[in-house]
Write a protein that binds this ligand. Sequence first.
Ligand code: GLY
Length: 404
Amino acid sequence: MRHKRLFPFCLCITLLAMGACGSKTSTLDADEALDYCARQVERALEALQPRDYTMMPRNILAGDTLEGWRCREAIPQEWCSGFWPGVLWMAYDHTGDEALRTEAERYTASLAYMASRPAYDHDLGFIIINSFLKGYELTGDAHYREVALRAADTLATLCNPTVGTMLSWPRHVGDYGGHNTIMDNMINLELLFWAAENGGGSHLRDLAVAHAETTMQHHFRPDGSCYHVAVYDTLTGDFIKGVTHQGYSDESMWSRGQAWAIYGYTMVYRFTRDERFLNHACKVTDCYLQRLAATSDDNIPLWDMDDPRGTAAPKDASAAAIVASALIELAGYVEEADAQRYRTHAEHMLADLSTPYYQCGESGVAFLRHATGHHPAGSEIDASIIYADYYYIEALLRMKKLQK
Ligand code: GLY
């Protein structure tokens, strides 16, 4: 049992222990890194002229000489649409700058229409959580709550009760020969859990729990590593196979897929306080950390831990940022020794991401570089990608709260 029973007492001890421990804990100055993020956001906004609130920053590719982000239209097919508004909300959270809040509001507003359209796919969750939920957390604006609740109902239409999970990609049912659920989809359960606690029906929570349970049962190998895609028989609900879409091979560890699992099960525990999910979060985390140490020369993973090129393969800074953010939360749920271990890992990851090698600095307006999007498709390899920035600033804010 890893559940923390004496939370306040253990937290105090842990924080004291952290203060007394390892040299690497002093290498990250979360406030300084957040100030850097705020400066980059200002530079990015300056480059986004004339301002079109329906175009969302997505990437800066290796070799690009553009001044700003490459943008994509805010449509349901663009899964990254919510990350830029989320970055703006978090930059506002750090600085209190009302001009940033106004920009966050304007970009967020252009996503509202998606909440009441038929769901294109599970990414509706990513889009709404990162924009409307972040905005609701910071402002308490009733309109944000209303849009997020509507989006939760729309997202829930993807759930197949026979399988027990959401259909992640309706457009790919034929390609995979059945109901497909991807590990990334775990993140979107947050919208269902949140809605159930904020005026949506309790059935939304039941759907989210069923998804997390079914995924836990079929989507993982015995060592805690995950498949990217699980395919189920649509009619019987039977698990057919685990395959990859964005990883090196069906049996490899695609780093961001494992990162989604770590973040996802940590979040599921936040809402359920069910120890099965906490134990699973720890198991998938420990598997990731072990493979990371064996395959990488720093705390940032290769895009896929089984790429035979080893350390010559591209890295994925986004996976490191997702895991760092998750570990800071997970550390709040486990007993002292594990809590300290997870916080130290998160701090090392963020310290590495905050070096000139991973930060764009003057060379671009993003926070980070060396992220990899879809390697098998040859897309966004060794690039700046908006979701790497989103989880980096989220992790820094979480770290700053902890350091306080
Ligand atoms: N959700 C898509 C990705 O992680 O690339």
